[in-house]
Every structure is written in C-alpha cells, then in structure tokens.
Design a protein around this ligand. Structure first.
Ligand SMILES: N[C@@H](CCC(=O)N[C@@H](CS)C(=O)NCC(=O)O)C(=O)O
Length: 325
C-alpha cells in the first residue's frame, strides 16, 4: 500500500530481499569491521528502533555510524521514498557519508535491476554505497553476537545461548499479534479484518501483562533481544497505535505491568536517547495520509509520565547481563 492510498486489501508484510549477514568469518562476504557500514533508520520506524537499541546498548556507536532519514517519505517517480533531509542532519538533503538523497540509491547500487520495496533499517557498505541488508532480524542478531569483538567492555549479552529457544518462541508470538498486529489493525481494509486483528492484539497484550506481572523482563532475569522487539511497539502504542491505528480497547497506560515495564526500560540508560516522539508522531500521522487525510498530528499524550517512578526492581533481575567470558 502506498502512503496516500486507502487500504483495500489485507496488510501483508513484504519479505526482505537483502538478507546478507555480517559475520566474524565473513561467510556472506561481509566481515565485522569498524567504520565499514552505515546504519540507515528513521526515528518513526519500530523495526529500525530495535536495531538502534542494540547498537546503543552494546556500545557499537563508534563502529557503526548512524544516518537518519526524514520521518516522512518523499514522492519520487510515483513512489514514496525515504530521503535524507536538513531536519534530520543531512545538509542539503544529502547524507554526508553516503552522498545520496534517497535511500533507494543504495539499493540500486547493490542491485541495479532491483524494483522491490525500499525499507529501513538498512545497513549500507560505506566503500561502495551499496545496501548490505535490510533484514532487521539478521541485523539485530548479528549485532548481539557476531559483533562481540567490537562491543563495549561492559556490553550486556542480549542473546544468551541458554535462552535462545524461549526468546524465539516469545518473539514469534509478539511478531504476529503485536509488532505486526498493530499494522494489521491500522491498515485493515474491512471491519471484519480490523475486528480480528484487534482481538488478537489485545488478547496477546493481556497475556504479556500477566507474564510481566511476575517478572521484570520477558525472558530470563535481564534484558534480551525479546525486550528490544517488544518495547519499540509499546513506546509507540499510546501516542500512535491507540489513535491512528484504532487500537483503542486499552492504552498501555491502563496495564499496570506493561506500563511499568515501558517506563522501566525508558529509564534504563540507552533507551530514552533513541526515542523522538515528535518524529514518531509525524512519521505516522503526517506520513500516512491514506488513513489520516488531514495529516494533523495530535498533541498528546503527556510523555513526561514516562519518567514517573515504577517499582519493577522489586521483581528482581537487573537490566544488563554481563557476558561470561
Ligand atoms: N523490511 C520490512 C520491515 C521494515 C519496515 O516495514 N520498515 C518500514 C518503516 S517502519 C519501511 O521502511 N517501509 C517502507 C516500505 O516498505 O515501502 C518490510 O519491508 O516490511
């Protein structure tokens, strides 16, 4: 669906086309290397947000530079595209490192015949300007594991081997009903499809509420990639999904555990600095006129409430699991 079209069919998430992995052994031709890659995101996108969070928490900021596109896509040749802009740190609308205006130029540098979608997050090879991967899950996993030699000394283990099975199971449920569930509701082409998506979303949120009532984090006693997948959706929920996507059965603020968890992570070092509410709201409310034709961006909610005290520490656990050497 294009940004300015009214939904006419079910929301189906496109598969990523560029799935090369960046690994210590460079099996796909892409080695882990400081200064070699540029991560392109925008602050609105929850799929990019999880990768940005990993980069931040693992101390990969110096090894992998960050480029932000404008939160709103620009119409180019009949399609809406992510572009660099003055407002998001690119003088003259050109990314200072990649030297391009539209992200699609990096896709075309990697594959001149490419005609598919252009999405963030995108990892770009600085040497050639070509896209390496737009696979948000591969990027997250590789940052957490393959990039270890370049992690900060005190970086947490976000993907402990002993918990991987449980992380996969929790993440799969989250993906279908929550992360993508809000989109299925927001872009529903019919009452029936909206009803189904919203029912599944809130049934799943109710179950996560139960789970998080007895434990501080989703899996184990510390933050893992499972939390990095859930939190970007929760932080956008009350400002965007509740209103624009009509996910208004309950707010996250109405769930004691989910709201405590959202605040707990917001107040954990590394999280708040990755959030820009003005850009999040603009990217959705202004950037998708197909479902918000006036493009008016709402004023609320009051995000300072995220700074209010929570008692999640009483549940035990600590944010970061320091890696066992
Ligand atoms: N790469 C995936 C997930 C990432 C994603 O959906 N990113 C959004 C921003 S939140 C995007 O770039 N959409 C642009 C598009 O698909 O045209 C996809 O293509 O669906």
């Amino acid at each position: 669906m294009k940004a300015d079209e009214t939904p006419t069919r079910e929301h189906v998430r496109a598969k990523q086309h560029f799935t090369a992995r960046v690994t210590a052994d460079a099996a796909d031709g892409w080695p882990v290397q400081a200064g070699r890659y540029r991560l392109v995101i925008n602050r609105g996108c929850p799929w990019a947000h999880r990768v940005v969070l990993a980069r931040q928490l693992l101390g990969l900021g110096r090894a992998v530079s960050l480029a932000e596109t404008d939160p709103v896509r620009e119409l180019i040749d009949g399609d809406f595209h992510w572009v660099f802009s003055e407002e998001t740190g690119s003088p003259g609308g050109v990314d200072p490192v990649l030297g391009i205006h539209a992200l699609r130029e990096a896709y075309l540098a990697a594959d001149p015949a490419y005609t598919g979608g252009v999405s963030v997050p995108a990892l770009v090879d600085v040497r050639t300007g070509g896209l390496v991967s737009n696979d948000y899950d591969g990027l997250l996993t590789d940052f957490a594991t393959e990039w270890r030699p370049l992690h900060a000394d005190d970086a947490p283990d976000l993907y402990p081997e002993a918990l991987r099975e449980e992380i996969a199971q929790v993440s799969e449920e989250l993906h279908l009903d929550v992360n993508d569930g809000v989109y299925k509701a927001g872009f529903a082409p019919s009452q029936e499809s909206y009803d189904g998506a919203v029912a599944r979303l809130f049934a799943r949120l109710d179950r996560i509420e139960e789970r998080l009532s007895g434990r501080r984090y989703l899996v184990g006693d510390h933050l893992t990639v499972a939390d990095l997948r859930l939190w970007p959706t929760l932080i956008r929920f009350d400002p965007v999904y509740h209103g624009l996507f009509k996910c208004n059965v309950r707010r996250i603020r109405d769930y004691p555990a989910l709201w405590g968890y959202t605040r707990d992570l917001y107040q954990t070092p590394g999280f708040a600095e990755t959030v820009n509410f003005a850009q999040i709201k603009r990217s959705y409310y202004y950037g998708i006129p197909g479902i918000n034709p006036t493009r008016i961006v709402p004023a609320g909610p009051d995000e300072s409430e995220l700074l209010t005290p929570h008692d999640r520490a009483l549940l035990g656990g600590t944010p970061f699991r320091t890696r066992v050497a």
